[in-house]
Design a binder for this molecule. Sequence first.
Ligand SMILES: [Zn+2]
Length: 174
Amino acid sequence: MKNTESSNQCSNSARDWMKEALAIAGQASIDVPVGCVIIKDGKVIAAAHNRREEDKDPVGHAEILAIREAARAMDSWRLDDCTLFTTLEPCPMCAEAIIQTRIAALYYGAYDLKSGACGSAFNLFKQGRIYPVPDVIGGIEEEECQRILTRYFEANVRSNSNNLKQHPLPPDES
Ligand SMILES: [Zn+2]
């Protein structure tokens, strides 16, 4: 299964699924546009975008919401044989949640150099943990995944700076 032909097929369909995740990300109204879809047997069983602002939910990241929806669909906390696509490299919270589901493979789009937990800022996916870790493949449709984030932050730069004034970081944080 590791020959060139099958890996090409795999990456083609990975790009298609990432486009689905991008479409979901685009449905975010006030939140940072991150989208996630979970696939089982060639079908989307869960899809969510980031809803932290919309739901006033501190853990309302796309991956967490999609995982919960997938678990309901599977009637199980175990998501073996599922594949998760998310437009942004998961943060540590979502990365650990993904590992806990026993999901088989994780594909992400843009790299998150500040918070990404697939190797950019942290790496929770090291082999040899007590749990098996999924296969992790980053950089799928990276440009478009990054573009929607850049567009969002450019449009929200003023309100973001207002938020920082209202909620200043401790002096030792940057
Ligand atoms: Zn997250």
